[in-house]
Design a protein around this ligand. Structure first.
Ligand SMILES: [Fe+2]
Length: 251
């Protein structure tokens, strides 16, 4: 069996309980546009990762109910993650998240697809908790002879994005990076949160920051400013020996 994987990451979808526009964006409409685009793709998707900040402001239950309905209807295989605008208890109810994947109010888990391990962390409270860092090390040991892909909402390092780096970065970035850099079988880390597209390389690891499906933030200003409103997603194609990744914008 081929172990080729095609994964799509959608992030910071910020869907509200109603289609009412925020920043001149109807986030529900943007989400549906990207979802339809993915359904229309001729290539088969192994997984859609919705990587946090599903809700508009603060874990609105109606937003989660709406999202679950759309995702289920799409028939695409998907997983969800938490972001800082999410409320895990509301998300757990809406998406029937398994109790076993939640510890100390953090939703972190592993998924094995075609024998390849994918790890998902919870940085919702602007931190990756100790219990998750310990779990990550155990998982990397358990799969020591295999490359693991890692997904986490917050980029673990600053990313030369003035507004976001200044006040919205991961608060235990140093502690988190110390653990990540030591994991020799993690080379690719997929994040969101920054509402922009970035690639960083440090200690032999590549951090991919994926833009939002709503607004993209200007990275060159200290104050919040919108750069543009084109919805985006990332595609990751992972063959035996090469990982290909690019961001696609819907004009
Ligand atoms: Fe976020």
């Amino acid at each position: 069996m081929s172990n080729f994987l095609r994964i799509v990451q959608m992030t910071d979808v910020h869907v509200g309980p109603t289609p009412k526009p925020v920043h001149n964006i109807n986030a529900q409409a943007h989400f549906l546009r990207v979802l339809q685009h993915l359904q229309d793709m001729s290539e088969e998707l192994d997984l859609l990762v919705v990587s946090g900040d599903l809700a508009q402001e603060r874990g609105e239950p109606k937003a989660y109910a709406w999202l679950r309905e759309q995702l289920d209807k799409s028939l695409l295989p998907y997983v969800i993650m938490t972001g800082n605008h999410d409320v895990l208890s509301h998300m757990q109810t809406a998406f029937s998240l398994p109790e076993a994947d939640i510890q100390e109010n953090a939703y972190f888990y592993k998924k094995i697809l075609k024998n390849r391990p994918l790890l998902f962390l919870d940085s919702g409270p602007y931190r990756v908790s100790k219990i998750q860092l310990d779990w990550l090390q155990q998982q990397c040991q358990l799969h020591a002879d295999q490359e693991c892909l890692l997904f986490v909402h917050h980029p673990p390092l600053p990313a030369l994005c003035q507004f976001m780096d200044a006040s919205h970065g991961l608060r235990n970035s140093q502690e988190t990076w110390q653990v990540l850099r030591a994991q020799t079988n993690i080379s690719h880390i997929f994040c969101g949160h920054y509402h922009t597209e970035r690639t960083l390389v440090r200690d032999g690891k590549v951090i991919y920051i994926t833009p939002s499906t709503t607004i993209q933030i200007d990275t060159r200003t200290e104050d919040f400013a919108i750069e543009h409103r084109m919805p985006a997603y990332r595609i990751v194609e992972w063959s035996d020996d090469t990982l290909y990744s690019h961001v696609h914008y819907l004009p």
